[in-house]
Design a binder for this molecule. Structure first.
Ligand SMILES: [Fe+2]
Ligand SMILES: [Fe+2]
Length: 377
């Protein structure tokens, strides 16, 4: 009696451990999902799937690219051979049943022999080369974004084995995880596009108002990013500097056009109005969600290193480094461009002015980099 209960206990612990390991593997597939490249993510998924679906010997992942499904990942197949395959969206997986209307689920099919009437001779030859011409069982599941198929995951075994109920559930789980991953990516792409569209619309708004600044925002962005990269700032910093540089003068929308485009010298009163544009820039940008850091960088683009700038009269390190970079880039472009009240200065003279103003108007380190970069142009 004692021996019997001991045996039962050993079996229970083993099963629990097994289940625990399966859960860990599945949960692990979700970890850091958003920060992973597509290939790393799929690799992780396949490693998990092959450990948890014992019948699986080889597998592949197809993605819908335009109007065709193309293989982008394989486990066990020669990827170069596999990549010779592609299927028209409407003809994809002729042997499979996987319409857009089907919900995410795992389906099993045994292929005794491919129907040669359905495929070209080239495709049949590739199937033969891959070993997927006859006598294999595939377990597959669609990947969907908003109910539409965008991919398919399949695992194969090369005989007539039936996949267990657990294996089918596991592949369904993985198909759902991959579908979530793809949905996240689509959402991120939509957000990025919206972000860029907002920035482009705002930049066009300044250019409509101020005819002398056409291309100014884009050039200041390019100069600022070049300086930031030379300073070895992070990718995020370079990106934020780029956006702030594009939008640094957006506040000019709040300045009357007759002052902005005045060909002659400005009166003190008019100059005081112009000097308000960084304040307007901040007011406009901080209203856009996610732009608070960027609005601050743009706000500081007329602060001078020695404290003689505006609107706050900040000095040295009190000015964000990002603003100091944009300030030098902005001044350089303003000098080398034609303005309402003067013609463009040469690169040589503009760089001499930057050199003269090192430690006064401009941060010395940034000036040195700017001179080095722009004297190559
Ligand atoms: Fe400005
Ligand atoms: Fe500017």
């Amino acid at each position: 009696m004692k021996t019997k209960s001991k045996k039962i206990m050993i079996r229970r612990v083993t099963q629990e451990e097994l289940n625990y390991n399966k859960i860990v593997l599945i949960v692990d597939s979700f970890a850091n999902m958003n920060n992973m490249s597509k290939n790393d993510f799929l690799k992780k998924i396949f490693i998990g799937a092959f450990k948890l679906i014992p019948e699986a010997e080889k597998g592949s992942f197809y993605e819908l690219a335009g109007d065709e499904y193309v293989p982008i990942f394989s486990n066990g197949y020669n990827i170069d051979t596999l990549k010779k395959l592609s299927f028209k969206r409407e003809e994809a997986f002729n042997d499979f049943h996987c319409s857009d209307l089907a919900k995410i689920d795992a389906h099993e099919i045994y292929i005794e022999k491919r129907d040669e009437g359905m495929y070209t001779k080239e495709t049949i030859d590739i199937f033969k080369e891959l070993g997927t011409y006859s006598n294999f069982t595939t377990l597959y599941a669609p990947i969907q974004v908003e109910g539409i198929n965008v991919g398919i995951i399949c695992v194969e075994c090369f005989n007539k084995t039936c996949y267990s109920k657990t294996s089918k559930i596991i592949l369904k789980f993985y198909a759902q995880i991959i579908s979530n991953f793809y949905s996240q990516k689509v959402l991120q792409e939509k957000e990025t596009k919206m972000y860029h569209d907002t920035v482009t619309a705002l930049v066009s708004a300044i250019e409509v108002m101020d005819k002398y600044t056409e291309g100014h925002a884009q050039r200041v962005r390019n100069y600022s990013c070049a300086i930031a990269e030379k300073l070895q700032l992070t990718r995020q910093q370079v990106s934020d500097i780029g956006t702030a540089a594009l939008l640094h003068d957006i506040g000019k929308i709040g300045i009357p056009t007759e002052i902005l485009n005045k060909p002659g010298k400005l009166t003190d009163e008019e100059y005081a109005i112009i000097k308000l544009h960084p304040v307007h820039t901040k007011t406009i940008l901080e209203k856009i969600s996610g732009f608070s850091t960027i609005s601050n960088f743009a706000y500081g683009h007329h602060e001078n290193y020695d404290g003689s700038g505006y609107p706050q009269g900040l000095k040295g390190d009190q000015i964000p480094l990002e603003s100091q970079i944009i300030q030098v880039a902005d001044a350089y472009d303003a000098m080398t461009s034609k303005r309402a009240y003067r013609s463009a200065l040469s690169v040589k003279i503009s760089l001499e002015i930057i050199k003269e103003e090192m430690g006064k108007q401009f941060n010395p380190e940034i000036s040195k980099i700017a001179i080095e970069l722009f004297s190559k142009d």
